[in-house]
Design a protein around this ligand. Structure first.
Ligand code: HEC
Length: 249
């Protein structure tokens, strides 16, 4: 009984430290851990470029202003020349070219704003989602996705990844459990090889995480400073307490 209780305590503890495998997605596909690094400015810049070129035609990021991108090391002229349409001003937010009504008409579902997508779905989910599109003649778009079954979104990065096919096999383990086994195959090559493609998606996810909380990095830095200052104050407060109580004890 006691052991069972301890085990119950242990499981959430393990899950929090990340020892247990990543949480399975809706469809049961194992999520890959996103290798993004929020301190890597080059990666954030490349992610911003991918986002503007491949996602912004359908999705907006209405809480992100273009000129805020100076935070990830871009100059205003770089932002203007590389990331924006000539009509836009750098103080504008990342609005989408596509209207909600058209989006609904074309895809059945309007493409959602991606400002806080990394917070609602998580980086691992995004990293896996953007790498697991496959050809499926049964869907309207001709694409399907391993973690988001029947998503209305076509594979926006297919020119980079190429076309892939997915075969799901039901395999019986020696213990008698039936589990799905996923077999990927490349149907046609893309402009990038698998390693380069994973790196491009890592950068894009890095950018989406940044967009979800642009002040995230400074928040963490401030937190560390605050804890340090509190630590120093504690030493003085303790010395003072000792001095006050010296004669009483
Ligand atoms: C051709 C238009 C189009 C393009 C381009 C596009 N998307 Fe989408 N996206 C959609 C639509 C439509 C949906 C809604 C899918 C659904 O709910 O079935 C969607 C859904 C998503 C979702 C899931 C949102 C949720 O429900 O949690 C994510 C994440 C996403 N897109 C990311 C991206 C990224 C990143 C890019 C750029 C690489 C991109 N999309 C490019 C149309 C597009």
């Amino acid at each position: 009984m006691k052991i069972l209780f301890l085990a119950l305590l242990f499981v959430p503890a393990l899950a929090t430290v990340g020892v247990l495998p990543a949480v399975a997605s809706e469809a049961g596909y194992r999520l890959d851990r996103s290798p993004h690094d929020p301190n890597d400015l080059v990666s954030l810049q490349s992610g911003a470029r991918v986002f503007v070129n491949y996602c912004l035609n359908c999705h907006g990021a209405q809480f992100m202003r273009f000129n805020r991108l100076v935070e990830i090391g871009l100059s205003e002229s770089q932002i203007r020349d590389n990331l924006m349409f000539p009509v836009e001003k750098v103080g504008e937010t990342m609005k989408v070219a596509l209207g909600t009504k058209d989006g609904k008409e074309w895809f059945g579902v309007p493409p959602p704003d991606l400002s806080v997508i990394a917070r609602s779905r998580g980086a691992d989910w995004l990293y896996t989602y953007l790498r697991t599109f496959y050809r499926d003649p049964k869907t309207v778009s001709g694409w399907n996705n391993a973690v988001f079954a029947n998503a209305a979104m076509p594979h926006a990065l297919w020119t980079l990844q190429g076309e892939r096919a997915l075969e799901v096999l039901q395999v019986k383990s020696p213990a008698g459990h039936v589990a799905a086994e996923y077999r990927w195959s490349q149907v046609s090559p893309g402009a990038l090889n698998a390693v380069q493609y994973d790196a491009a998606v890592r950068d894009l996810v890095n950018f989406l995480v940044y967009v979800g909380e642009p002040a995230g990095q400074s928040r963490k830095r401030i937190g560390v400073v605050v804890l340090f200052v509190l630590g120093v104050l504690f030493v003085f407060a303790y010395a003072l307490k000792k001095a006050y109580w010296k004669d009483i004890h």
